[in-house]
Design a protein around this ligand. Structure first.
Ligand code: URA
Length: 240
């Protein structure tokens, strides 16, 4: 976001020509020119908007970045391809760009799924150090007891480490099977395993928000492109 100047190796990598390390090798092999001048200096800065950058004489172009918010329906997998031939979220979004889902949701989990071709954005959303909150509406097979609610919000041991929901509430009065939970965790099946460890079965799971993105105005299976303005708001809110 708001870049313009960036390292040459990063530019080459973002164009999909090589990994960053691979790009350094291409630079050292004197195969890269910037504005018709050979550049062999690692760390060389380029202007992504105005510089003419070529590999072996061929102009490199940055793929434009796209960001989608899908209200994932049940019965879809969050991989780009499925060996069992099941419907993937990439079957829903129509684009020629190489897009991928940001993190995972289970086959029958619904709700906010971000899909992009921007690896940095994906890292920002999913890297544990950023602690981006995910809010899930959970339907349980049994009423959640007050004691278990306390345990899950204070922390239990899961995968050998202390794990908790950072917020828990009952959105409906007198309904203790419907629980809204917030977590900053992206571990696989985290919500189901947290409840499962205390003997509850999660019958339905819907991610209502991820960071500042939510499913407002989107029915299950519908998606929209995220405008730049909304991305900027996100980066401002979660800068660190
Ligand atoms: N936690 C789960 O158990 N499943 C999901 O799909 C997401 C979070």
């Amino acid at each position: 976001m708001n870049r313009v100047m960036m390292r040459l190796n990063k530019y080459i990598a973002e164009c999909g020509a090589a990994s960053r390390r691979g790009a350094d090798e291409l630079i050292e092999q004197a195969r890269v020119t910037v504005n018709n001048k050979l550049v062999v200096e690692l760390g060389y800065q380029v202007n992504e908007e105005t510089d003419d950058i070529r590999l072996d004489g061929e102009k490199l172009k940055l793929e434009s970045k796209v960001y989608y918010l899908l209200n994932k329906p049940k019965g879809t997998v969050t991989t780009t391809k499925d060996e069992k031939g099941r419907k993937t979220v990439n079957d829903i979004i129509k684009t020629n760009l190489k897009i991928f889902p940001v993190g995972r949701l289970d086959y029958n989990t619904t709700g906010v799924l971000l899909i992009t071709n921007d690896g940095e954005f994906s890292n920002k959303m999913t890297h544990p150090k950023n602690k981006i909150p995910r809010v899930y509406l959970t339907k349980l097979d049994n009423d959640l007891s007050a004691a278990d609610k306390t345990k899950l919000s204070r922390g239990i041991i899961l995968d050998g480490k202390k794990s908790k929901f950072t917020n828990m509430s009952f959105p409906e009065t007198n309904n203790y099977r419907k629980v809204l939970v917030t977590t900053v965790e992206g571990r696989n099946h985290f919500v189901k395993r947290m409840f499962g460890s205390l003997g509850y079965f999660v019958k339905d799971l819907d991610r209502v928000s991820f960071g500042s993105f939510d499913t407002e105005n989107l029915k299950k299976g519908e998606y929209r492109e995220i405008p730049l303005k909304e991305l900027k708001t996100f980066y401002k809110k979660y800068k660190n």
